[in-house]
Design a protein around this ligand. Structure first.
Ligand SMILES: [Ca+2]
Length: 84
């Protein structure tokens, strides 16, 4: 992970960062450093199998805070922090 400096504002404990990055990488199935809607839906359904497609899309849009259509690790951390 190259840009730790950019994410130091996010309220994530250092000890959580490793597992969180592992989750992000596991979700980023094509390993391009971004999570797209399809990849995020897989993760959400792994956590809650009752989620509908619409609910997954809504969760994706809420997590994609800059609206560029993909979830960065920073955005992923924000989602994870909010969902605790
Ligand atoms: Ca984004």
């Amino acid at each position: 992970m190259a840009d730790l400096d950019r994410i130091k504002d996010v309220d994530v404990d250092a000890e959580d960062l490793g597992p969180l990055k592992q989750s992000f990488d596991a979700c980023d199935t094509n390993s391009d450093g971004w999570i797209v809607n399809q990849e995020f839906s897989v993760l959400l359904r792994a956590l809650d199998q009752d989620l509908s497609e619409d609910e997954c899309l809504l969760a994706f849009e809420l997590t994609d805070t800059d609206g560029d259509g993909s979830i960065s690790f920073e955005e992923f951390m924000g989602w994870w922090t909010d969902s605790r």
